[in-house]
Ligand binder design. Structure first.
Ligand SMILES: [Zn+2]
Length: 166
């Protein structure tokens, strides 16, 4: 999580890591990696949802992350596309799984629009089932991340980006 420039508050949410242990992890990481470009971020994590839905490419990236979170058993979607938190607690294993999902996302989307904190925010936002939800495409039946308050044409980002007439 340090390597992904996660905010200290986010790391602290993963139970089992005391402030002291996080500080030591930072010290060890910087000493061993020699990477001074990594920032230790403090304060509040970003909270708006607009970045996940502002364009079809953003929606596609957010949808990829949701699928990876499901693969890593952090989320599950029921038959009505309602999304639930699946992992029982925010522990160290939870943090590992978020990192794994995020690293796979970076491989799939080299020009990743969402950094680690945004990915974390997406994971926490989608389970509230209020501002974000999983819509179903009327053309290919895929699920995709959508803004609950936006006009939904029911076209997923992949179909939208394929350029075929709707
Ligand atoms: Zn589609």
């Amino acid at each position: 999580m340090i390597q992904h420039e996660a905010w200290t508050r986010t790391i602290r949410l993963c139970k089992g890591l005391s402030d002291d242990r996080i500080r030591k992890a930072y010290t060890t990481y910087f000493r061993d990696s020699g990477d001074r470009a990594i920032k230790q971020r403090r304060g509040k994590s970003p909270r708006q949802i607009s970045l996940f839905v502002k364009t079809p490419p953003h929606q596609l990236k957010a949808t990829t992350l949701i699928a990876l979170f499901c693969n890593n058993l952090l989320l599950r979607a029921d038959t009505t596309s309602k999304v639930y938190a699946h992992w029982p607690r925010t522990d160290v294993e939870y943090g590992h799984r978020v990192c794994r999902a995020f690293e796979t996302y970076q491989i799939l989307h080299p020009a990743a629009a969402l950094n680690f904190e945004w990915a974390w925010n997406l994971l926490r936002s989608i389970v509230r089932n209020d501002e974000l939800y999983l819509a179903v495409c009327r053309r290919c039946w895929s699920k995709y991340v959508q803004d609950a308050y936006a006009l939904d044409r029911r076209i997923c980002p992949s179909c939208s980006l394929s350029g075929k007439p709707h």
